[in-house]
Design a protein around this ligand. Sequence first.
Ligand SMILES: Cc1ncc(COP(=O)(O)O)c(C=O)c1O
Length: 391
Amino acid sequence: MTLRVSRRGLVPPFIAMDMLSAANAREAAGDRVIHLEVGQPGTPAPQAVLAAARAALAENRIGYTDAAGIAPLRQAIAAHYRAQYGVAVDPAEIAVTTGSSAAFQLAFLAAFEPGDRVALAAPGYPAYRNILSALGLETVLIEVGENAHYQPNPDLLADAGDLDGLIVASPANPTGTMIAPADLARLCDYCRERGIRLISDEIYHGITYGAPAQTARAFGGEGIVVNSFSKYYSMTGWRLGWMIAPPDLARSIECLAQNFYISPPALSQLAALPVFQCRAELDGHVARYRRNRDLLTATLSAAGLARIAPAEGAFYLYVEVAALTDDSAVFCRRMLEEIGIAATPGRDFDPLHGDRWLRFSYAGPSDDIADAASRLSEWLPRTGQGPKAKA
Ligand SMILES: Cc1ncc(COP(=O)(O)O)c(C=O)c1O
């Protein structure tokens, strides 16, 4: 007898991870590959975090913790909101999570019923869509192009019908674009007036190249703020994030977290305690991302790929390649085969127009970006000649 496989579990792959496997396979076969496909810093956690981890291993049992995280880390996160944004947050409102990925599951389950309609930007981070659909929610894609600065706004939302939720990210993945504080305030008001639960993904805060990002928490407490130690704090594999839960959801988020995860990883929590004092080291990484961004932007523009979303933050360039291909997944495979550069096809981020775009991550070492830039400047003019490159 055939056993049943659930339809809700059949979410699309995260193509960036599939590209990583293809790139790893080439490397295993002895080829050099420059990894511009996966969004993670090329650096380890800050020195003080590594030292705290070593001390914790020597001195601590590393057992389960409170489901919402250890008190000193929640206090350190609350102090960060005061210092960074001038916003008062009670440590009791903070739940430490297993990466922001776990925070999304908790937030979506606590805030929405199956069938609820949640809006998000296209292009946008694919896991929002895929987690929502695994939980039986309807995703409402808001097309956000150049005119909208690649971000949702009240005019675009007004055309989307009745909504129960909205997810925003500033800086965003894959575009790096930001929502100005006044526009974020307007979005918060829009959501509040219509009973739409706002979820603000602030994972790329700290990695900004102009004005710093403002937290949605500054504009009201009904929304859910999600953040992570993965990106600015350079701690992807430690699987640690946090959320600020509004009072009406706090208990349900705590109970869900107890049942789903028991607790976030204890070693990572103890290690993260000094991370907010590591700004000098971490800002050094941001300075490198800026140099990488500028070099890659100049290289692509010189090769005729000038339509690039304004990368005001994060560590990605989202680049239109429609002049070179109708299918950026095929294009990415060719780029990997011919010049050993792995990038992510836009389809991952945008089911509507993603075939015309791709994403480069420039979070890696500057030598890699310089090498990628020289390979691209030689290859792009060649590959652009003649009819659009297909298979
Ligand atoms: C916009 C965005 N949100 C969330 C995540 C998930 O990160 P983590 O679970 O490591 O916190 C990512 C990872 O790439 C991301 O780009």
